[in-house]
Design a protein around this ligand. Structure first.
Ligand code: SAM
Length: 255
């Protein structure tokens, strides 16, 4: 397992207990995914929720699904909402080729270093004419956090290059097409959460699993203080928000 994946699993294991409390944006995104794509999902066969987390799609969907998640603690939290829950990796789905009627996934793909590996897996496990409904957080998500981070790194004399990149829509579209899946429909989504202070805003992110960055500065006190100051400076009126930007895809496997 690569080091990013190990950290992602560790952070979601740690955050699983309080994830529901701090994931208002992810819950709103999951609800929108079902509103926009739910009618296209089959009513029989295996419907697979990849990166199911604590089970938001399982709680909202009317058709029973099977869940896969990297985090054992998340799998435990979602047990009640799925037919089966498997601890597994989106990049090596524990299913035979052509055995799945539909794949759903919300707010998971942004954690993958190479989304194309997941899209290839979706194309492999889907039965002919199978569908996938995916909500992917993209560039623009938490832009203010990224801006404050860059400014704080500069102030601390630390290298600025090592950020956690969110996928661009162009990269996602190209990766989907490379996997052989057809984009039947795609649409945009934007959501906000509001926080009383920078500290609480970052606390909320940490509980939603967002500290699993590639940069390794988490825990560096000097950087943390600079970051807090830069972050607060971005919201002079004191109304602190996190912005989430997503692309919602309805995909089809041709044959
Ligand atoms: C932001 S949470 C989203 C959870 C849920 N889908 C939701 O919308 O609230 C991301 C989830 O994806 C899982 N995840 C991240 N990388 C994964 C991977 N490679 N394979 C399977 N699950 C993964 C994490 O463990 C976490 O539970």
């Amino acid at each position: 397992m690569n080091s990013l994946k190990g950290r992602v699993r560790h952070n979601f294991d740690r955050g699983a207990l309080h994830y529901q409390e701090y994931s208002a944006a992810q819950q709103a995104l999951a609800a929108t995914l079902l509103e926009r794509c739910g009618a296209a999902l089959p009513t029989s066969g295996i419907i697979l929720d990849v990166g199911a987390g604590d089970g938001v799609l399982g709680r909202l969907a009317t058709t029973p699904m099977v869940a896969v998640d990297l985090s054992f603690a998340m799998c435990q939290r979602s047990q009640a909402y799925y037919r089966h829950v498997l601890q597994g990796d989106a990049e090596a789905l524990p299913f035979c080729g052509g055995s799945v009627a539909a794949v759903v996934s919300s707010a998971m793909v942004q954690w993958l270093e190479e989304p194309v590996i997941f899209f290839n897996e979706v194309a492999r496990v889907l039965a002919p004419h199978g569908v996938a409904a995916l909500a992917v957080l993209v560039e623009g998500t938490l832009r203010e956090v990224g801006d404050a981070r860059r400014e704080a790194l500069t102030q601390c004399g630390l290298p600025v290059a090592a950020a956690t990149p969110l996928p661009s829509v162009a990269t996602l579209d190209a990766s989907i097409m490379q996997s052989g899946l057809a984009i039947e429909h795609s649409s945009d989504w934007e959501g906000f959460t509001w926080h009383p202070s920078p500290r609480e805003a970052l606390h909320a992110l940490s509980h939603a699993g967002v500290t699993a960055t590639r940069d390794g500065y988490h825990g560096n006190k000097r950087f943390y203080h600079a970051f807090m100051q830069c972050y607060a400076a971005l919201f002079p009126a004191g109304k602190i928000f996190h912005r989430y930007v997503a692309k919602i895809y309805r995909l089809k496997k041709a044959s």
